[in-house]
Design a protein around this ligand. Structure first.
Ligand code: APR
Length: 225
């Protein structure tokens, strides 16, 4: 069975109603990213940061996957599919994808400020919510400047890709943006984005469309193979 690797970003969730980062002129839901997505921001104002992610978690309950998520899940009927996402939402899983690597963490998970034990946490996190060792709980989100523990696994998946689909990412944040360079030389790459970043790689087919229509184009192309 051929192996399709997908690298998705905030753009795939835009049509589900979740804002992207770069399209909101550097703000994330009105907040400076450095205020709400860095360890320094959390140390400076933990209440603000916890409330920010509480709002994101509540918002996630109110939105649904869109057809781009479902089309990617449907590829599992004919391919081994590995989704490597920069998104912290659970829309890929809710659409039925079964192999999802979250490079930047997950909104519905949490961890102690003192250790790496990951906890399922679909509701609000407040000051005073502590882990069994008595330490404050924080969102399981990879903040700017923090390690990306899943990157080695993601690189290994890219090295075994027969096809790479990049969808809805501005390719500005590393190490995620560097993953495309790990695919084998002749691997066909499909890049779906209405405003694609410059791509200096061979075998890239740019599909200048939204995720939902771009995925229809990719499904048609693959069915002709
Ligand atoms: N369909 C597909 N792509 C879209 C759509 C859409 N409907 N709308 C916007 N896009 C594209 C934009 O053109 C842009 O290229 O989605 C991309 C979103 O880029 P970013 O906002 O930079 O999001 P992303 O690439 O996922 O950011 C990576 O940056 O802020 C950090 O950790 C955060 O994971 C995030 C990382």
């Amino acid at each position: 069975m051929k192996h399709i690797v997908v690298l998705s970003g905030a753009g795939i969730s835009a049509e589900s109603g979740l804002k992207t980062f770069r399209d909101s002129d550097g703000l994330w839901e009105g907040h400076d990213v450095m205020e709400v997505a860095t360890p320094e921001g959390f140390a400076k104002n933990p209440e603000l940061v916890l409330e920010f992610y509480n709002q994101r978690r509540r918002q996630l309950k109110a939105v649904e996957p869109n057809s781009a998520h479902f089309d990617l899940a449907s590829l599992e009927q004919d391919y081994k599919v590995t989704i490597i996402t920069q998104n912290v939402d659970d829309l890929h899983e809710r659409a039925g994808s079964t192999r999802v690597i979250h490079l930047h963490g997950e909104l519905n998970k949490a961890k102690s400020v003192n250790n790496e034990e990951i906890l399922s946490w679909p509701n609000d996190i407040n000051i005073g919510d502590i882990c069994k060792d008595g330490y404050q709980i924080r969102p399981h989100i990879v903040w700017f400047g923090e390690a990306v523990p899943m990157i080695d696994l993601a690189v290994k998946e890219c090295e075994t890709a027969d096809i790479l689909i990049i969808i809805g990412t501005s390719m500005q944040v590393y190490p995620a943006a560097g993953l495309m360079h790990y695919v084998k030389d002749k691997t066909p790459i499909y890049y779906i984005d209405p405003n694609p970043a410059h791509m200096n790689a061979k075998h890239v087919k740019i599909i200048r469309e939204n995720g939902t229509s771009g995925m229809k184009t990719v499904l048609e192309t693959l069915s002709l193979k």
